[in-house]
Design a binder for this molecule. Structure first.
Ligand SMILES: Cc1ncc(COP(=O)(O)O)c(C=O)c1O
Length: 366
């Protein structure tokens, strides 16, 4: 029997009104080529599997270190910050974004974000019933610094490099924003390892600026859920107040540590991905396809069909064709700035070649 009132009726009004975040599809069968969620095509460092195997037995009886102490220390050292007090680790960087909203946002204190950027921000804000402010990019996708600085939000999420475009903002641009903006500036560097610059050097200079990063993309650990924040110790203390007591499990902690230790391995992977990205971007430019300059492991490109046409129908037609060939890319059809583009994660040489052959086939028929 259905309870009366129903369970849904008893939920808070803002929860009833929620639309859950729709992540990129995650097909479980191996025959799909997945270029839709910017995962790394290459395996993690062999040190990760070794570390996990060691941790996977007896140590699991005990709770993990509640503050990820060793990982915080290593992160602070790796990024040349004064001490472990400047680092925080989360269950993916998504958890940290959520915690920041828990600390700084409610019905009166708003959070801001750029449009288009990471579409999870508005969803996390809606979950918390927090006020939202969005600032629009124009087609150039350059950052309107003054508009952001004056948007009035208590906290602002700046994705750099941005998703879905891949456009990165210079340290000078971010510094000039931090100088003018009075709220908490969260620079979401989920793709930072692929970029030319990072805002980490600003963390000590501006107490209201922090940087979030993740092992998911650059370090091939999307399945482990490990992200981190680098910021002022006062902010880290606030995060420690609101997180779950054991927010990162033992396996994830050792996996993150092992990955962080293998700098040479990951420098190699990241270099390879950047080289593949730049080559394919150029190749598609040869077909007349415009792509934004990408500093991430993705290419946001505007397909042109054999009749020289671009637009939402053309982009959607290529998306559907690739889907039929079991190749997943991402299409954002809800915004005129994105609806004639596809976002394609940069993959291994062989997957990119398969993709390119399928594009050739589509071009013959489209
Ligand atoms: C801009 C941006 N921030 C954060 C994340 C989340 O990363 P994580 O896997 O660490 O939760 C993503 C993942 O797609 C992203 O694109």
């Amino acid at each position: 029997m259905k309870p009366n009132p129903s369970l849904s009726d008893r939920a808070l009004a803002h929860v009833q009104a929620l639309h859950a975040y729709v992540p990129g599809k995650q097909p479980q069968d191996a025959d799909w080529i997945k270029l839709n969620t910017n995962e790394n095509p290459y395996p993690p460092s062999p040190r990760v599997a070794e570390a996990i195997a060691k941790e996977a037995g007896d140590p699991l009886r005990k709770y993990p270190n509640p503050i990820c102490a060793t990982l915080r220390e290593e992160l602070a050292q790796h990024f040349h910050l004064p001490s472990a007090d400047w680092a925080f680790v989360g269950n993916g960087s998504d958890e940290i974004l959520n915690l920041l909203i828990r600390i700084f946002c409610d019905e009166e204190k708003s959070a801001g974000y750029m449009v288009p950027s990471y579409s999870l921000y508005p969803v996390l804000l809606a979950i918390q019933n927090a006020k939202q402010v969005s600032v629009d990019f124009d087609g150039s996708m350059t950052l309107p610094v003054e508009e952001v600085a004056n948007c009035g939000a208590n906290l602002f999420f700046l994705t750099s490099p941005n998703a879905p475009t891949g456009v990165g903002f210079t340290t000078d641009t971010i510094r000039s924003l931090a100088e003018q903006y009075e709220g908490i500036l969260v620079v979401d560097e989920a793709y930072g390892a692929f970029a030319e610059e990072t805002a980490i050097s600003l963390v000590e200079e501006f107490p209201n600026l922090c940087v979030t990063r993740t092992f998911s993309k650059s370090h091939s650990l999307a399945g482990m859920r490990v992200g981190y924040l680098l910021g002022n110790p006062e902010l880290i203390d606030l995060l420690d107040k609101v997180r779950d007591s054991y927010n990162v499990n033992r396996i994830s902690q050792v996996a993150g540590l092992a990955a962080l230790s293998d700098v040479e391995y990951y420098d190699g992977l990241i270099g390879k991905i950047k080289e593949t990205r730049d080559r394919y971007k150029k190749l598609w430019e040869g077909l007349g396809w415009f792509s934004y300059p990408s500093q991430a492991n993705l290419i946001f490109t505007q397909p042109v069909n054999s009749r020289g046409e671009t637009g939402p129908e053309v982009a959607k037609s290529l998306f559907d064709f690739l889907f039929g060939e079991k190749i997943l890319v991402r299409y954002f059809g809800n915004d005129t700035r994105t609806d004639s583009f596809l976002r394609i994660s940069v993959s291994s040489e062989s997957e990119m070649e398969t993709l390119n052959n399928k594009i050739d086939q589509w071009l013959k028929n489209a």
